[in-house]
Design a protein around this ligand. Structure first.
Ligand SMILES: *Cc1c(COP(=O)(O)O)cnc(C)c1O
Length: 456
């Protein structure tokens, strides 16, 4: 097979500022060892997130100039609405400034005290918005989804028997909506199969519970279905996307992911009463329903991006570049969550640093060293992000301790990825000398964004 090449040429570039190990050691100290507190100009390869970090196409930039900035009824809104309606098949399309704004609105409408919201795995902002409404967020990953070394096709799936048992225990009347996150970001960027989405819907339908899709990476998920699920090899990605959404009653979307833009999102649904309540909240917190929290130009760029993301040459390159990184690390013995996900490689910190216990944050230790050694910014997805405290003050850790290397869309070339591979392998070879970290400051919610650390 011929080399899979980036399916684009570079038209505009941004220089990378080079730093030394000594400079980065000082930068780390100043940032209290939290990658979110490092100034971006001090980062050489930024794998903190794939969210809002994509490179837009020439056509998207052209859309920026075309944007209609009318307050109400802008042409750009109608283009956006048409594209999203066609993609999702949903009746009511509500633009928001990003995914969490859509979450805040939907959980304000349907959440609240005494309610439970199931999900295959809640993303951090989703969980925070559920809990902020007073409801309880409950995850139902499959057993294989929590085994990092296991190679399986659809490790993002919902644990349907556990979900159904939960519905029977808590009562359908206390579960206003069930979410399914595609791909399963917190579960390792792993895809959810069409069969699992369909069967989740079938169970929910029996109990009269609507299904919403957290659709941030719907195109990557669809391409995994095409490549891995029986019966879809010859189905166009657009048709796979339509089928996935056909099982849903609504969705939330961060356009900063698979719409390949730097800001934006939407909420969509078929229920008129929910749409009406959502629009009322939108006007208070985001803006008039034909712009949400966005400029007309943003709506144009999203509409164009949603079209481009379905291109199979793009999706081939996208999944291949992530897989390439994963395979090279695996060949060198670096433990990663298997198999490589759609948007990121997750280093398995428990196996990378077995001597450092979860309450000394092994993932954070890796994050710090990758930056020190190579100027690479990554993020811990483990006890720092999802840890909670028991009544006795001890740390309750999530099942996995991971470090995410998220790959921005269309930003880095293969030589950048080769550099990342070298730095990770070098860091792995020096792992014996690595130490744990203590948290010296933390906020009550989403603590990873602002926490401060000290080496032990
Ligand atoms: C990014 C993300 C969100 C939140 O979207 P923002 O645009 O960052 O607010 C929600 N769910 C998942 C799965 C995500 O990846």
């Amino acid at each position: 097979m011929k080399t899979i090449i980036e399916p684009f040429k570079i038209k505009s570039i941004e220089p990378i500022r080079f730093t030394t190990v000594e400079e980065r050691t000082a930068i780390l100290e100043e940032a209290h060892y939290n990658p979110f507190l490092i100034h971006a100009e001090n980062v050489m390869i930024d794998l903190l997130t794939d969210s809002g970090t994509s490179a837009m196409s020439a056509k998207q930039w052209a859309g920026i100039m075309e944007g209609d900035e009318s307050y109400a009824g802008a042409r750009s809104f109608f283009r956006f609405e048409k594209v999203v309606k066609k993609l999702t098949g949903m009746k009511y399309i509500i633009p928001t400034h990003q995914g969490r704004a859509a979450e805040k609105i939907i959980f304000s409408v349907v959440g609240g005290k005494g309610k439970f919201i199931p999900n295959n795995t809640h993303f951090d902002t989703t969980r925070a918005n559920v809990e902020f409404s007073g409801a309880v967020a409950v995850d139902f990953p499959t057993e294989e989804g929590t085994r990092p070394e296991l190679i399986a096709d659809f490790k993002g799936n919902m644990n349907i028997p556990a979900l159904e048992q939960f519905i029977q225990e808590k009562g359908a009347e206390n579960i206003p909506v069930c979410f399914i996150t595609i791909t399963n970001n917190s579960g390792g960027g792993q895809p959810v199969s069409m069969r699992n989405i369909r069967e989740t819907k079938e169970v929910l339908k029996r109990y009269g519970i609507p299904l919403y899709i957290d659709a941030c990476r719907f195109a990557e998920n669809a391409f995994f279905i095409k490549k891995r699920e029986e019966g879809y090899a010859n189905t166009p990605v657009a048709d796979i996307v339509h089928e996935m959404f056909s099982y849903a009653d609504g969705c939330t979307m961060s356009a900063k992911k698979d719409a390949i833009v730097n800001m934006g999102g939407f909420l969509a649904m078929n229920d008129e009463a929910i749409a009406s309540s959502a629009r009322n909240l939108l006007i208070i917190t985001e803006g008039f329903p034909t712009y949400g929290g966005l400029a007309g130009r943003d709506l144009e760029a999203i509409a164009q991006g949603l079209d481009e993301v379905l291109d199979e040459h793009y999706l081939t390159y996208r999944l291949r570049s992530v897989e390439y990184l994963g395979n090279k690390l695996t060949e060198s013995g670096v433990p990663i969550l298997q198999p490589p996900g759609g948007h990121a490689i997750y280093l398995d910190a428990k196996r990378f640093l077995p001597a450092i216990s979860p309450d000394q944050y092994p993932g954070q230790s890796i994050v710090v060293e990758l930056f020190r050694q190579g100027g690479i910014r990554s993020v811990e997805i483990g006890s720092v992000m999802f840890g909670t405290y028991r009544a006795d003050g001890s740390l309750q850790s999530p099942p996995m301790e991971l470090v995410r290397l998220a790959i921005p869309r269309r930003v880095y070339t293969q030589s950048h990825i080769d550099y990342v591979i070298e730095v990770v392998i070098e860091t792995f070879e020096r792992r014996e000398a690595m130490k744990g970290y203590a948290i010296t400051y933390e906020a009550p919610q989403l603590r990873h964004f602002t926490a401060q650390f000290a080496p032990l």
